[in-house]
Design a protein around this ligand. Structure first.
Ligand code: WT7
Length: 658
């Protein structure tokens, strides 16, 4: 048989195969490989969760693993005391002081290595600087930074002094920054003059300043110099320079502040169904234990690994699985500033080869792009250092899963498809790579200690294969504790959507649809609320709609997600103009600009469809599902119950042409 024929055969086998066993060589060395772990957690719940807490160093042990006396305001590792920065840095100094903590690869090809000792030094210096700037315990420090080492350094400096951080994704707009800083009442901002994209400098400080202009409170601003001579913006006298501050505190150390397990470690704003982002509160003890535990059990992180998560630290994935999880375990975490196709489409594979990366954790949207580019790019590199592959952020289609398994993992690496959310703090549903068989397209069973179901509207578990709502039945250490300063919304959004009297317990609703198979494997189907998932980024349709209706000449708008080959979902905006307003390209541009100003380029509509009417039910509700079906070119069901069925054909024609 020629190589080509073998390949075709292999391809056919992969196409058919529905279940994959964990590779033996992996199992032999896996952190977790005894299936008894599932029973252990079940029989000894919640105390078995001490396994997670035991991965950390505590200044004082907890008195109680779980306090559930005030549902759903659960508390974990009650009265335990610890410091997150101490756990991520100091405790590794003796054994791993000279080992790399962060390997940073810049967009221009420059690299920086921070050993644990380097990280310790700079985090201390910056912590001292923050103190000098007036930051006190429990003050919220905002960060609006791209993927540069100063971002995790600033986060850890905050953790050291007990000041929660609130990182805002650098791609978000000035308005989005202001909204978050206002909501958190944050009086400090760490930002950057700019960064590089595809080799070109991108000025960032102007955007940060524009945001600051809309912040109600005074805010002390610290600016990292990333661009050097490429910066087009002169610093203002009141802006502090990061390097000067660190220099001024050279050699200083700051004792890690003792924090209660339940003290806030950080806030992370995420999109919901209303126009207002939700400030998800994560804690020091529970969150950090959970990030460390899942990194250990699912990502199989060991100190001697070089582990790489290609997410952005501006999202929860980067918090848990670039910064806190891997550093808590004392490993080497890779951080890449740039895009996967610059200078060429083999950039990621080049980095894997250069650094002998052992685990790669990325998103299905990236994998779909790699597939499109072709196997010639990974084939140019030696990827044999890889031991495990992971995906996160959206459902992965079996074809993409198999491509990743074969062409990146050489059928030797388990693939973990990890379902979780900003709110869950860490992974919830996935196979354990050293134990369970993998089924492409299905995330897997809930992790040990996690209790999940798929239920119908009356609260009963659905039959295998039927779609229902995903629910989590028991609390877990990494869970959000509340929405910042909004306990009421916390209950409304997650716990109170359906009341299920037969269930004598609080049930967490992630707002995802799912199905479950006979083996208890859960396939997550996507959001059931008005939240979109564009390239793994979470966007609220209401936020986009309110930006659009703010444009002069627009009367009404409905935003839905349409299928997209690479992005997973894309933004489709159906827009009704006011009487007399022309449907013009100029208006289209204004709408795009308004969305970019309110949220950022990630929310840019793929298509804007002007329509005289939106399809509505007799009671006046917009039929979003129908608009989605139109975007996807699906066969439409019965539309005769609409108040205005005639409009459907017109809209279809506008979206797809004649
Ligand atoms: C939503 C959460 C988890 C960190 C990144 C996104 C979707 C996430 C998967 C997966 C299917 C997934 C869900 C979830 N999602 N992972 N493996 N399979 N869907 O965090 O921005 O809070 O978004 O992402 O719909 O609710 P997020």
């Amino acid at each position: 048989m020629s190589d080509d024929e073998i390949d075709v055969e292999l391809e056919a086998r992969l196409e058919e195969q529905e279940e994959f066993e964990p590779p033996e060589a992996f199992v032999e060395q896996a952190n977790v490989s005894d299936p008894a772990i599932y029973d252990d957690f079940e029989e000894n719940w919640p105390d078995e969760w001490e396994r997670a807490a035991d991965l950390l160093d505590w200044e004082e042990e907890w008195d109680q693993v779980l306090d559930d006396s005030n549902e759903p305001f659960y508390e974990w590792f009650v009265d335990g005391k610890l410091n997150a920065a101490e756990n991520c840095i100091d405790r590794h100094l003796d054994e791993r002081g000279d080992e790399a903590a962060i390997e940073w690869v810049g967009e221009l090809g420059e690299t920086r290595t921070y050993t644990y000792r380097d990280l310790h030094r700079e985090v201390n210096e910056f912590a001292a600087a923050l103190r000098e700037q007036g930051v006190e315990e429990d003050d919220v420090v905002s960060m609006y930074m791209p993927m540069i080492p100063e971002l995790p350094i600033a986060m850890l400096a905050c953790a050291r002094i007990g000041a929660p951080h609130a990182v805002v994704f650098a791609g978000f707009s000035a308005d989005a920054l202001a909204e978050r800083m206002n909501a958190a009442n944050s009086e400090y901002l760490v930002t950057v003059d700019g960064y590089y994209r595809r080799g070109d400098p991108l000025q960032h400080l102007e955007k940060a300043r524009e945001g600051l202009d809309k912040v109600e409170q005074d805010a002390t601003t610290i600016v990292v110099d990333r661009l050097g001579d490429d910066s087009e913006i002169d610093p203002l006298p009141e802006e502090r320079d990061y390097d000067e501050l660190v220099e001024a505190h050279s050699g200083e150390t700051v004792d890690p502040v003792t924090r209660d397990a339940e003290d806030m470690l950080f806030l992370m704003y995420t999109s919901g169904t209303t126009g207002k982002p939700k400030g998800v509160k994560h804690t020091t003890g529970g969150y950090l234990s959970y990030a460390a535990w899942t990194s250990h059990a699912v990502l199989d992180v060991k100190p001697e690994d070089t582990y790489w998560c290609s997410a952005d630290i501006g999202w929860i994935t980067g918090h848990s699985y670039i910064v806190y999880g891997p550093l808590a375990l004392g490993t080497t975490t890779v951080m890449y500033e740039g895009t996967p196709d610059y200078p060429d489409k083999d950039r990621l594979w080049e980095i894997v080869e250069d650094y002998d990366v052992t685990q790669l954790y990325t998103a299905p949207t990236a994998i779909r792009a790699f597939m499109k580019w072709g196997t010639e790019y990974p084939e140019q590199h030696d990827l044999s250092s890889l031991r495990l592959l992971g995906t996160v952020g959206e459902p992965i289609n079996p074809r993409a899963w198999k491509w990743y398994y074969k062409h990146i993992g050489n059928e030797e690496c388990p693939v973990v498809d990890t379902w979780w959310q900003t709110e869950t703090g860490g992974m919830m549903i996935t196979t354990l790579p050293g134990i369970s068989n993998m089924k492409p397209g299905s995330a897997g069973p809930p992790l040990p200690g996690i209790s999940a179901d798929v239920i119908d509207p009356s609260g009963d578990p659905v039959e295998a294969g039927r779609a229902g709502h995903l629910v989590i039945n028991k609390p877990w250490p990494g869970m959000l504790r509340t929405l910042y300063k909004n306990d009421e919304r916390f209950i409304d959004e997650y716990w109170d959507e359906y009341s299920i009297p037969e269930r004598d317990q609080w049930v967490y609703f992630p707002e995802d649809g799912a199905k479950i198979d006979d083996d208890g494997y859960i396939t997550v189907l996507g959001r059931v609320d008005d939240v979109l998932n564009v390239s793994g980024h979470r966007l609220g349709t209401m936020e986009i709609e309110s930006a659009i209706v703010g444009v002069e000449g627009v009367a009404e708008a409905a935003v839905v997600g349409g299928d997209h080959e690479v992005k997973g979902e894309a933004v489709y905006a159906y827009v009704i103009t006011e009487d007399g307003q022309e449907e013009s390209d100029a208006l289209r541009d204004e709408i795009i600009e308004a969305v970019e100003d309110a949220i950022g380029p990630i929310a840019r509509p793929e298509q804007i469809i002007f329509t005289p009417e939106l399809p509505k039910t007799r009671s006046g509700k917009i039929m979003r599902r129908l608009l989605e079906d139109i975007a996807d070119g699906n066969e439409l069901g019965n539309t005769s119950t609409l108040r205005n069925p005639d409009v459907v054909h017109d809209i279809q024609q506008k979206v797809h042409g004649d």
